[in-house]
Design a protein around this ligand. Structure first.
Ligand code: SAH
Length: 252
């Protein structure tokens, strides 16, 4: 083997949500590459180089990482959450597919992390207790027509739907278009959760319904979760509430 390339998941934010294996992979790297907000979370050890780039440059970053690893370096590429969920691991394999020889002799590994939808779910109860899916609302890499179709069919199939990349400055209106599509299929009282900056100091979780969802603020650090028709609130005797989806579709 020439070198090592590990694509590492840093989890949604807090240090204690990073696996020991991920921490080890970052500590053992000569050079760490990634999108600036993720790289900025790290403290370099002596002799270690941190290199951040823009989030639109994922393929270029993957190619550079492969190049550095092939030259014998130990390279870590970091992603927030899990590196395989709408993140860098797929970009690395795209680079390998484009130029198979670039991976020759490189020990490529993926170190998983807690993805945003799991962190958000843990905060509110157990909304992913039954079947679910995840859809990115970003149309950088796919058409809006594809997104519309997937939203409609996911709602028809009655999945709990985790929406990643729900909005950005460039496309603030898409989340309301997504809710319009979902409203054609799902009842107004369907539970919708807005989980903002989960695990960060400014974390904010709001539980609403599909009828009220259009009024909620939402940005690139928000994970939106749309319940299935079985997703509901459950309340303790002393008045605390959670959101969960029963394990069995027979519990209605
Ligand atoms: N690889 C990441 C996802 C990258 S896509 C993961 O596994 O979590 C970026 C999107 O993830 C954001 O737009 C947002 O929808 C979601 N996200 C990432 N971190 C988050 C956090 N701490 N709180 C809420 N949503 C988050």
């Amino acid at each position: 083997m020439n070198g090592q390339l590990t694509i590492v998941g840093l989890g949604p934010g807090p240090k204690d949500w990073i696996t020991p294996a991920a921490t080890e992979a970052v500590a053992g790297a000569d050079i760490v590459l990634g999108y600036a907000p993720y790289v900025n979370r790290l403290t370099p050890r002596v002799g270690q180089v941190l290199e951040s780039s823009d989030n639109r440059e994922e393929l270029a970053r993957a190619e550079r990482a492969l190049e550095l690893a092939a030259s014998g370096r130990r390279v870590a590429v970091v992603s927030g959450g899990d590196p395989g969920v709408f993140a860098m691991a797929a970009a690395v394999y795209e680079a390998v597919e484009k130029n198979p020889a670039s991976a020759d002799g490189v020990d490529i590994r993926v170190e998983p992390g807690v993805t945003a939808m799991l962190a958000a779910a843990a905060r509110i109860g157990a909304p992913l207790g039954h079947d679910f899916c995840a859809i990115s609302l970003s149309d950088n890499l796919k058409s809006w027509a594809t997104i519309e179709k997937r939203l409609r069919l996911a709602a028809e199939a009655d999945f709990v739907i985790a929406l990643y990349n729900p909005a950005s400055k460039a496309r603030p209106q898409q989340i309301s278009q997504a809710f319009d599509i979902l409203r054609r299929v799902l009842p107004d009282e369907t539970i919708v959760v807005f989980a903002r900056a989960v695990g960060r100091p400014d974390e904010e979780i709001d539980v609403t319904t599909l009828a009220g969802a259009g009024d909620m603020a939402c940005d690139m650090r928000t994970l939106v979760m749309v319940g299935s028709q079985a997703t509901r609130k459950v309340t303790s005797g002393d008045g605390r509430a959670w959101v969960y989806t029963p394990r069995s579709e027979r519990v209605r």
